[in-house]
Design a protein around this ligand. Structure first.
Ligand code: PMP
Length: 401
C-alpha cells in the first residue's frame, strides 16, 4: 500500500543529521518551573535562554492571581472571544493595556502570533502595500502573506532602503510599515524615529510589534514607541504576554475604530478560542507589578549592561544588540550546535539560532537576561562561554578591533 504522507517526509533529515551527531538542542523537556536555575532533562542548569525578562512567571502574585482565576472561572472559556469566550478579566486586561500603552483601545488574542495573523490581513486591502523589515518576526510575514495586499522587504533597520521602497511604490492604496519594536534574535531596537519621519513624508501607517519591548523599554516597560516618545505617531502597537508579562496570549492597541473593526472582522480572533482565564489573570497581575514597581526592570538593565560589557571585552560578536537579548554570532551552524551542547553539558542553557531560521553565516547563540539573574550567575555563564569558545574555536574579535 502506498503511504503518500510517510513517503513525503521520509527523506527529511535536517533534524536527523543533528540528532545523529548527538547535538540536537530542541524540545528539551523542563521538569520544573523556569527560574534562573532550571531542571531540564533531569539536570540543573543556569538559565540564559528565557523570554521571561522580568522573571515574573514564578512571582507569588502572578501565581496567586492565576490560581484564583482558575478556581473562579474554570480551566477554559471553551469558545472564542466573539461568542462565549469573553470574561470580565479579558475586558479589564484590554482597558488596562490601552491605558498603559497610551492608545484608545486594545484587543486581546490567544497568542502574539495570532495577533499578527489576525490583524495584518484584516486591516490591509488589495490596493495597499506593506513594507517589512527583513528581520521581522515570522508571524508578521505570515500575516502579510495572508493579506490581499502586496508586501516588500527593506534592509534591516535601514532607512535609506525603506525610503527607496516607499518612493518607488506604485500601489494606489495605503502604505503600511510594520516592524518588530525590538528584534527577537538580534536584540537591536527598531529605528522608530526614522520610520515615523518617513511615514509622515509618504503618508504611511506604522505598526510596531513590541513583543520583546513591553516590560523592557520605555517608561515602566511601555515599549519602543514610548521609549522614543512616539506613542501618538505609531498607529498600532502589538505584543505578546509570553515574555515579560509572564503568561500566554497577545494584544493589539490602536484607535477605537480600528479595534472595533478587528473585533468584528479578525478571523484569528473570531474563529479561535480565547485566552484562558488563568493566563488572562496572570497577564493582569504582571501588568500590575510593572506599573507599580519599576525596580525589576531597572535590575534587568543593570544585568544587561553588566553582561554586554563582559561579552564584548572577551571578544564575542554581539552584533548591534542594546537590549537583554544578546546574540552571540557563531556564523557556522554545526559550531553553534556544538557550543550549545557543550554549554549544556557543563551547566548552562542557551538557545541555538541556526539555518533555516537564519542563514548559516548568521547562525548565533541567543543569550538572554532576566531581572532575577545575579551578577554571580552572569559571571559563571560568561566565563563558561569564554572557556568553551576557546576549546571549540568560536571566533573572537581581537581587543584592538
Ligand atoms: N512577535 C514577535 C516579534 C515575537 O518575537 C514573537 C514570539 N517570539 C511573537 C510575535 C509571537 O508571540 P507568541 O509567543 O505570543 O505567539
Amino acid at each position: 500500500m502506498k503511504d503518500p504522507l510517510r513517503d513525503r517526509f521520509y527523506g527529511f533529515d535536517e533534524a536527523k543529521k543533528i540528532q545523529e551527531k548527538g547535538l540536537y538542542a530542541f524540545f528539551r523537556p523542563f521538569n520544573a518551573r523556569q527560574e534562573t536555575i532550571v531542571k531540564v532533562n533531569g539536570k540543573n542548569v543556569l538559565m540564559f535562554g528565557s523570554n521571561s525578562y522580568l522573571g515574573l512567571t514564578t512571582h507569588p502574585k502572578v501565581i496567586e492571581a492565576s490560581e484564583n482565576a482558575l478556581k473562579k472561572y474554570g480551566s477554559s472559556c471553551s469558545g472564542s472571544r466573539f461568542l462565549n469566550g469573553t470574561t470580565d478579566l479579558h475586558q479589564q486586561l484590554e482597558s488596562r493595556l490601552a491605558t498603559f500603552l497610551g492608545k484608545e483601545d486594545a484587543l486581546v488574542f490567544s497568542t502574539g502570533y495570532q495577533v499578527n495573523l489576525g490583524t495584518i490581513p484584516t486591516i490591509t486591502r488589495k490596493e495597499d502595500m506593506i513594507f517589512l523589515d527583513r528581520l521581522n518576526h515570522a508571524s508578521i510575514y505570515e500575516g502579510s502573506k495572508l493579506s490581499e495586499a502586496s508586501y516588500v522587504r527593506f534592509k534591516h533597520n535601514d532607512m535609506a532602503s525603506l525610503e527607496q521602497k516607499l518612493s518607488s511604490c506604485k500601489a494606489p492604496g495605503v502604505k503600511f510599515i510594520i516592524v518588530d519594536g525590538v528584534f527577537s534574535m538580534e536584540g537591536d531596537i527598531a529605528d522608530l524615529p526614522g520610520i515615523v519621519r518617513l511615514a509622515k513624508k509618504y503618508n504611511a501607517v506604522v505598526m510596531s510589534d513590541c513583543a520583546h519591548a513591553v516590560g523592557v523599554l520605555g517608561e515602566n516597560g511601555r515599549g519602543t514607541a514610548n521609549h522614543f516618545d512616539l506613542t501618538d505617531e505609531v498607529d498600532l502597537i502589538g505584543g505578546t504576554f509570553s515574555k515579560s508579562l509572564a503568561s500566554v496570549g497577545g494584544f493589539i492597541a490602536g484607535n477605537k475604530e480600528t479595534i472595533h473593526y478587528l473585533k468584528h472582522k479578525s478571523r484569528a480572533l473570531i474563529f479561535s478560542a480565547s485566552m484562558t482565564p488563568s493566563s488572562t489573570a496572570a497577564a493582569l497581575a504582571s501588568l500590575d507589578i510593572i506599573e507599580k514597581d519599576d525596580s525589576i526592570r531597572q535590575k534587568l538593565w543593570e544585568n544587561t549592561s553588566y553582561a554586554l560589557e563582559q561579552l564584548k571585552e572577551i571578544g564575542f560578536d554581539t552584533g548591534n544588540s542594546e537590549t537583554p537579548i544578546i546574540p552571540i554570532y557563531i556564523r557556522d551552524d554545526i559550531k553553534a550546535y556544538e557550543f550549545v551542547h557543550r554549554l549544556f553539558d557543563e551547566g548552562l542553557f542557551v538557545n541555538p539560532v541556526v539555518s533555516p531560521a537564519v542563514s548559516s553565516s548568521d547562525s548565533l547563540i541567543r543569550f538572554s537576561l532576566m531581572a532575577t539573574h545575579t551578577f554571580d550567575q552572569i559571571d559563571k555563564a560568561i566565563s563558561l562561554m569564554a572557556k568553551i569558545a576557546k576549546e571549540i574555536g568560536v571566533p573572537l574579535r581581537s581587543k584592538a578591533a
